[in-house]
Design a protein around this ligand. Structure first.
Ligand SMILES: [Zn+2]
Ligand SMILES: [Zn+2]
Length: 458
């Protein structure tokens, strides 16, 4: 039996010739990531770890705790939470029926799942506010382009249980701290209030009455928006639509007394924090569930005018999803585009060394003993690697250099028999003979000293 058939029998489903995957006797399918998805390989994955660590660090300072919700949920949850008439739910969701006949969807955004979890576990009945963050993949069937993937990663925060404008200011401040943490010091905060269902109704009617006579001058999307959600005509990017909406009074002139007080209080809090903002009447955000405060952080100097982070208050969402009334506010940031922007701006951190120490084996020293030595060094907390391909000393030294090792430990046959090894400092080539006895501790000491010097502490 050819090995391929054996494999097929073992795996019960698929064999591969290295380029194609053969599914149960069918034609070969090319082995490639699905359109709109990608692999994040070492090198880039370090940058991802770095940006996610910045998010976690920032959240810890603001006392936001991590929540991990499932990647798929009942499709109805998103229809309910995001609104059935949004592009996301209508055209962009990955929906499927599972073997139990449930209609499921890969999450297209993070908020609906978090709200579902808060309601399901009655977190709103515990200490308030409930302050949460998440980092993870989201899925939307969109046209792939630079920085936009069908599986993309969002970092988001959500705070439940307080309608106080101080919380709006805190969330915005958290967003700015995060951008600062990843090296984005120039940004513009765009801020608006879109009121509540009470005051938004009359404003919607105003928009309809002003725009209906101009319907055929609006772009195709806006003609649809006019019927479903006329507020969204305001944030259309088309030049023609912008011109037509120019004379329309801003929504904040139509706020009810409660919404007006909240809107003023948000601005006072931001002023108190020294956070500059621009009132941006066109900002309405794409999702139906927002109320009152909406905001975006647009970075300056990253080439695009797209927001890297956006969010707002959604006081009515919990109730809309069948729970009690729980005021809430949050934001989400697309990390794929953020990293692309940082790369374009040349502000990504330099890749650091991959190991502290490389162990080079020369001659007939038994591999098992070298591996044991490497393990002892790793137990000291050092990042250590060694050769597994029997390469020459010269090649091993090159590898040590490439990995950024501070020292290379040369285990040569003669020294090994005398119970000694050679420690070579890679920066200047200076060498020192060390006894095998207590070697790991000594190497750890030398390394700590060398790293302190490199940091300029000595
Ligand atoms: Zn209102
Ligand atoms: Zn338009």
């Amino acid at each position: 039996m050819p090995p391929g058939d054996l494999l097929a029998e073992w795996e019960g489903m698929a064999v591969t010739d290295g380029r194609h995957l053969f599914l149960e006797g069918g034609a070969g399918v090319e082995i490639a990531a699905v359109r709109g998805t990608r692999d994040i390989l070492p090198g880039e994955s370090r940058l991802w770890a770095w940006v996610e660590e910045a998010a976690r660090r920032t959240c810890a300072r603001y006392h936001y705790e991590e929540i991990r919700t499932p990647i798929f949920e009942l499709a109805a949850l998103f229809a309910r939470g995001i609104g059935e008439v949004t592009d996301i739910v209508e055209k962009e969701m990955y929906t499927f029926v599972d073997r139990g006949g449930r209609e499921l969807a890969l999450r297209p955004e993070g908020t609906a799942g978090v709200v579902r979890a808060v309601l399901e576990h009655k977190l709103y009945a515990g200490p308030l506010p409930v302050k949460l963050f998440y980092v993870g993949p989201m899925f939307r069937y969109e046209r792939p382009q630079a920085g936009r993937y069908r599986q993309f990663t969002q970092f988001g925060v959500e705070a439940f249980g307080s309608a106080d404008a101080a919380l709006d200011a805190e969330i915005i401040s958290l967003g700015i701290s995060f951008l600062t943490e990843v090296g984005l010091k120039e940004w513009e905060l765009r801020l608006n209030s879109i009121g509540c269902p009470v005051c938004r109704g009359p404003y919607r009617e105003l928009l309809r009455s002003r725009l209906e006579p101009l319907r055929h001058e609006l772009c195709v999307s806006c003609q649809q928006r006019l019927d479903r959600n006329p507020l969204r005509v305001l944030d259309c990017k088309e030049e023609g639509c912008r011109r037509l909406t120019e004379g329309i009074p801003p929504i904040d002139e139509y706020l009810c007394p409660e919404c007006r007080r909240h809107w003023e209080s948000v601005q006072e809090h931001l002023n108190a924090l020294g956070i500059p903002f621009r009132r941006y009447p066109r900002l309405v955000r794409g999702l139906d569930y927002y109320t009152r405060t909406v905001f975006e952080l647009v970075t300056i100097g990253l080439g695009s005018q797209d927001a890297v982070l956006g969010g707002g208050r959604y006081d009515g969402l919990a109730e809309m999803m069948g729970g009690p009334s729980v005021p809430a506010i949050g934001f989400a940031a697309g990390l794929d585009r953020l990293l692309l922007g940082l790369e374009a701006a040349g502000t990504l951190p330099e890749p650091g060394p991959e190991v502290d120490l490389y162990v080079a084996r020369v001659g007939d020293v038994p591999q098992a003993q070298v591996l044991r030595l490497v393990t002892e060094l790793r137990r000291q907390g050092l990042r250590v690697d060694m050769d597994f391909l029997g390469r020459s000393l010269k090649t091993q030294m090159k590898t040590a250099d490439r990995l950024g090792a501070v020292f290379t430990l040369v285990v040569g046959e003669g020294e090994w028999e005398r119970g000694e090894v050679l420690l070579r400092r890679m920066s200047d080539g200076s060498q020192e003979v060390l006894p095998r006895e207590g070697l790991a501790e000594k190497v750890a000491e030398r390394l700590a000293a060398a790293q302190a010097i490199a940091r300029g502490e000595v």
